[in-house]
Ligand binder design. Sequence first.
Ligand code: A3P
Length: 289
Amino acid sequence: VQRPPLLSIGGVPLVKYFAENWGEVENFQARPDDLLISTYPKSGTTWISEVVDLIFHQGDVEKARRNPIYLRVPFLEFAVPDVPTGTELLRKMPPPRFIKTHLPVQLMPESFWTQGCKMIYVARNAKDVAVSYYFFYQMAKVHPDPGTWDEFLEKYIAGDISYGPWFDHVKGWWDKRHEQRMLYLFYEDMKEDPRREVRKVMEFLERPLDEQVLEKIVHHTSFKEMSQNQMANYKTIPTAVMDHDISPFMRKGITGDWKNYFTVAQNEHFDAEYERQMKGTDLCFRTEI
Ligand code: A3P
């Protein structure tokens, strides 16, 4: 089956389905009580979404299992055959709505800024994202063929992939963090101390919970639990869209897997490019913990 090419919106390559829905996305009306979950793809979106849903439901795991994650936290740009678009789902959703996006700041519908929505951004180090994205490109057939790892890595460095360059994305959201009610988190911190990070989210959302509930949330949102949970692991999506036999959505859930894929030469080339693109920012990442 032929894979669709990416289409450019404002200079950012997007998956064809999303780009074709652009009018709906662009005109989306955010409400002040919406909670936006924003990430560059493969940075821990599903993980933070499950955490947020559980915090709002006081750790009630059954409530979190009511629907697949992509229906509980609709994707603004979502459009897969036989599944309503994210904007359709969101229009019918009672408040507070949770909204997922991977858009870079410059493509965000204006209303999210003007309505003063709370936002949680999760960033993950560029090297682990590259590896995770490479496998995701293979299994999620809405993407063009990634080619070899070497070819994909070159496209990733050039930003010639869905949602454009990682560098601009993490920096763009970082620079907005003081203007908005935004909590900027890191995947590596969540791996290092999930309790501490879940607590931060609880405080940001002004939803205090006791220690027992916190423990329950941390347990339910571990990689082990989430990878076995049909309502979190994307296995309910048709195989024509995501093929878990090619690579599971819940792949490894670790930090530092990049070392198994980057050659020494690729790593040197990447570091030089990283240095160039991240010059002047105080945004720091850890590539191992
Ligand atoms: P890997 O491919 O490195 O395993 P997203 O949800 O943004 O698409 O990100 C997916 C990545 O997050 C995958 O990374 C996936 O395994 C990882 N992930 C999902 N749930 C996780 C969890 N509870 N703990 C740690 N990593 C998780």
